[in-house]
Design a protein around this ligand. Structure first.
Ligand code: HEC
Ligand code: HEC
Ligand code: HEC
Ligand code: HEC
Length: 485
């Protein structure tokens, strides 16, 4: 290890002044992959290439295990108190298809699993050098080309801001308390702030779509409710945990905090209620529609009408919708309606797409994965921690439309329609928590609530009748209640 510590530090803390990266706590798999990339030139470094080539397999394993095992004290490489622009790091800039960095690197830059490395406490000079390397093609081999594509969209100013932001977070520390994004703390609006209004999306169709204003949330009684709504939307487990039975977030299926066209944006929903819904056979207010996503998508229970969680979400949606026409036919509402594919959707083909393009984040068994610091990471697509059989995403056409427009994450609209249908069918052909409307038998429940080609509930797949072995809905809530919490 002596040859490594000269640059990477005795405890793998890196060297901020020289721009040598921190290795402490980086997964061994990730480090080995990088050493191989240095050796074969897919990642160019005059310093590391000769070292990586000369390192025998055994020494390589020893060094990487050593650094992976180091759980170190905090080593902030810059004072955490200095004001930092966290807009891009935390919220991204979806108008340019740039998600927040934290979506793949964890809320405090802690990393997610082995493939998504931590960014916290890396020297700013190192982070900048890596983003430049991707822009210039000197670093390749990142899975699905995710970083290459994101880096290519960043300006020099963006690179500076995100590098400073992550370098200031200590190892094992948390994001600065001001992480609620400068854009929304009453400071001057960002230069790219949008006044909002009906805008042309450009593109082939030239469809005109409402764009919500990107204005600071006011610092008053109303603003506090709006902010709470946004916090719930981002992390319902934390801000409305009593009503939530899985580790999904509202923004898991309504991307860009409920703004994004193609994932049922909240501004379009807000102007569309009250409305009659066949799902429950009466006119629903917006608040009742919100309740539905708690019971089914969040596998939880509906907050009572008037509850602060509903008032906050309604305030947040209203704030976003201001200026939009009051029109349930508003362009951009709901999920993409994907035309039926040429070939009937097929599970085996879907499984292959899944293994190639989805398992990296959602896990081989659709189980999802939280960030290394426990904050929300990649949501579960099936199993006990996912949406239940009553949810809208159970409809294969909803799932296909969502996936086509938004997945793989940050690479929306890259799958063919056929792949999107196949993988949607595959995802929705797995067991998940029971439908809360379960009437005693699977056949009866299918007949009453799932009688369509679009739902696999009650269908036999690989010898198993879906729904016949579901865990009860809201299981996690029950566990919390019986633990006295
Ligand atoms: C002379 C200084 C120096 C020495 C000695 C050195 N490294 Fe590095 N290491 C670097 C630099 C600089 C980089 C960043 C390279 C780049 O720009 O991509 C790096 C990058 C790495 C990375 C990638 C980290 C990441 O976050 O992607 C790994 C892994 C690594 N080194 C392991 C080692 C190991 C193991 C040794 C000992 C065998 C070692 N290094 C010795 C300077 C050094
Ligand atoms: C869609 C997921 C995704 C998003 C969003 C994302 N990253 Fe990454 N990032 C990755 C992956 C995967 C890697 C590992 C690449 C590899 O294996 O070589 C990575 C690696 C990196 C690295 C190299 C770290 C190291 O130790 O060498 C940096 C720096 C980085 N990302 C910065 C960013 C910044 C800044 C943002 C936001 C502007 C961002 N990333 C957003 C997926 C993502
Ligand atoms: C698993 C994915 C998923 C999650 C998580 C989720 N939703 Fe939804 N949501 C959907 C789907 C799918 C629809 C459309 C259902 C349909 O077509 O009936 C929808 C519809 C909505 C609508 C109505 C949209 C419209 O235009 O009529 C609102 C409002 C809504 N969700 C709010 C929320 C809130 C608030 C949360 C978090 C508490 C949440 N959703 C969590 C998938 C999800
Ligand atoms: C780079 C990581 C990544 C990849 C690859 C990826 N996803 Fe996702 N997926 C996410 C993230 C992150 C979210 C939540 C979005 C958010 O919070 O902004 C998500 C959300 C979802 C959701 C809605 C939430 C839920 O739990 O049901 C579905 C469905 C989904 N992905 C399916 C897929 C499919 C199918 C593929 C492959 C074609 C795929 N994803 C590839 C990261 C990924």
């Amino acid at each position: 290890m002596a040859s490594c510590t000269a640059c990477h530090g005795r405890r793998g803390e890196g060297d901020a002044a020289a721009g040598y990266p921190r290795l402490q706590g980086l997964s061994a798999a990730y480090q080995i992959k990088q050493l191989e990339a240095f050796a074969d030139g897919t990642r160019k470094s005059e310093i590391m290439a000769p070292l990586a080539r000369s390192l025998a397999a055994r020494a390589r394993a020893q060094a990487t295990d050593y650094y992976a095992g180091l759980k170190a004290p905090a080593h902030p490489t810059a004072p955490a108190s200095a004001p930092r622009d966290d807009r891009l790091a935390v919220r991204g800039r979806w108008s340019q298809e740039i998600p927040g960095c934290v979506e793949c690197h964890g809320a405090s830059g802690s990393g997610i699993g082995a493939a998504f490395p931590p960014l916290a406490a890396q020297p700013a000079a190192y982070l900048t050098a890596q983003l430049r390397a991707w822009q210039q093609g000197a670093r390749q081999g990142d899975p699905l080309g995710l970083m290459q594509r994101i880096a290519s969209r960043l300006s020099d100013e963006d690179v500076r801001a995100v590098s400073e932001y992550f370098s200031a977070i200590p190892v094992g520390g948390s994001a600065p308390p001001a992480a609620a994004a400068a854009a929304n703390t009453g400071q001057a609006p960002p230069p790219e702030a949008d006044a909002g209004g009906i805008e042309s999306l450009g593109g082939a169709g030239g469809e005109r779509v409402f764009v919500p204003a990107d204005k600071p949330i006011p610092d008053d009684g109303f603003g506090r409710m709006v902010r709470l709504g946004r916090d719930i939307f981002d992390d319902p487990g934390r801000y409305a945990g009593r009503y939530v039975g899985n580790s999904l977030r509202c923004t898991s299926c309504h991307l860009d905090e409920g703004r994004r066209v193609g994932s049922a944006p909240m501004w379009a929903a807000y102007v569309s209620y009250p409305a009659y819904r066949a799902k429950n056979g009466h006119v629903n207010t917006f608040a009742e529609r919100l309740q539905g996503c708690f019971s089914y998508s969040m596998n939880g229970r509906a907050p009572p009408l008037g509850d602060a969680a509903l008032v906050a979400l309604e305030s947040y949606s209203y704030w976003m919708a201001r200026g939009a026409p009051l029109d349930p036919g508003i362009a951009g509402r709901g999920y993409l309606k994907l035309p039926k594919p040429a070939l009937a959707a097929d599970r085996a083909r879907g499984a292959a797409v899944y293994a190639d393009k989805c398992a990296l984040c959602h896990g081989r068994n659709g189980e999802g994965r939280s960030a290394n610091d426990g904050s929300p990471g990649f949501p579960a697509l099936w199993g006990p921690d996912s949406y239940n059989w009553g949810a809208g995403m159970v409809s294969v056409s909803n799932a296909a439309g969502f996936i086509k427009a938004n997945m793989p994450f940050s690479l929306g609209n890259s799958l063919t329609d056929q792949d999107a249908w196949d993988v949607a069918l595959f995802v929705d052909s797995h067991e998940r928590p029971q439908d809360p409307r379960y009437s005693g038998t699977v056949e009866e429940t299918r007949r009453r609530f799932h009688d369509s080609d679009n739902s696999l509930y009650g269908q036999r797949v690989d010898g198993h009748v879906l729904g016949s072995n579901s865990v009860p809905p809201g299981r996690r809530l029950r566990r919390a209640a019986s633990a006295g919490g």
